[in-house]
Design a protein around this ligand. Structure first.
Ligand code: UDP
Length: 322
């Protein structure tokens, strides 16, 4: 069993991954600036509150904690905000990562799992998307993740820092037993926003119904956050056993439209989800669906919670706790 440092471990996916690492018998320490993290998502005594860009402090934490590997989530993640303030995304996501990697190299930590994104592919040439499709981000958020992926390529080649880059599709749901869930501020994601519309009666806006898809709304691959967390566990264990650097898509392989998600919310909650149709959101590709067979074949990972109603049920249970 290993000791894993989880950057951004107070965030949505980071906190679930920390929970599953502990369940698998690993020890964890969370490094988070708490600028956007949620105090409730980190058990007492587990948090080292550090901004990644403070390289000296990161080095100190790595020395003190003697971590065997790092799982790196800490980053800004809102596409719209990245269009408004690209510089903030490069400073935080790229600058923070560089500072972390420098500290890892200096302290001899050579295994890293990196939180990457389907946004790296931009508008894909072919769906389902395989990992060999080219980088073609269409927003600064996606670009910041691609830049870090490329830096990791060089650090593997010349500095023996091995990394797994996991390219997530649409993380959603919550792990019922953990008390954890999705709490972004402001919330921008579809499922929590539809659930909020059910709770408040204030309509959610669907961003466009004139896409070239069967019902006109965008198609995404909704992956349960617990399945996503488990992908990190197999990835870090693979690296710790000496596995080499690689990139993997993490999705279910099934595409669901915005209207299908809305219908699932109505089925699960038994209530109408008030909504209006608005204009398209800039930078939204019509369809993003993962081919994650490479991850399944290489690391033996499987999505176990792909049923959309099940995902919505877990998200609903969490949303009702307030
Ligand atoms: N979406 C929407 N209304 C909202 C938020 C999202 O119609 O208030 C749509 C969005 O256009 C996309 C899908 O829901 O097609 C998923 O969006 P989300 O922001 O959850 O994730 P993304 O695909 O941007 O990572």
């Amino acid at each position: 069993m290993a000791k894993i440092l989880v950057t951004g471990g107070a965030g949505y996916i980071g906190s679930h991954t920390r929970y599953f690492l502990e369940k698998s018998g690993h020890t964890t320490v969370v490094l988070d600036s708490m600028e956007r993290g949620d105090q409730r998502a980190v058990p007492a005594g587990m948090l080292r509150q550090v901004d990644l860009r403070d390289s000296a402090k990161v080095k100190q934490v790595l020395r003190e904690e003697k971590a065997d590997a790092v799982i790196h989530f800490a980053a800004y993640m809102a596409v719209g905000e990245s269009n408004e303030r690209p510089e903030a995304y490069f400073i935080n996501n790229v600058g923070g990562s560089l500072s972390l990697f420098e500290a890892m190299l200096e302290t001899g930590v050579k295994c890293l799992v990196f939180s990457s994104t389907a946004a790296a592919y931009g508008i894909p040439g072919k769906v389902p998307i395989t990992e060999d499709q080219p980088y073609a981000p269409i927003n600064p958020y996606g670009e910041s993740k691609v830049m870090v992926e490329k830096i990791l390529g060089w650090l593997d080649k010349f500095r023996e820092l091995r990394s797994i880059r996991l390219r997530y599709f649409n993380a959603c749901g919550a792990e019922p037993e953990s008390g954890l869930g999705e709490r972004h501020d402001p919330e921008t994601h579809l499922i929590p926003l539809i659930l909020r519309a059910v709770q408040t009666g204030k309509p959610v806006t669907l961003f466009g119904d004139d896409y070239p898809t069967p019902d006109g709304t965008c198609i995404r691959d909704y992956i349960h956050v617990s399945d996503l967390a488990e992908a990190h566990i197999v990835a870090v264990e693979y690296l710790l056993k000496g596995g080499g650097s690689d990139a993997f898509n993490v999705g279910t392989g099934g595409g669901r439209s915005v209207k299908e998600v809305l219908a699932a919310v109505e089925r699960v909650t038994g209530k109408k989800a008030p909504h209006t149709i608005g204009p398209r959101r800039e930078g939204d590709p019509p369809s993003l669906v993962a081919d994650s067979s490479k991850l399944q074949k290489t690391l033996g990972w499987r999505p176990k919670r792909a049923d959309l109603d099940g995902i919505v049920r877990d998200a609903w249970e969490f949303a009702q706790k307030g």
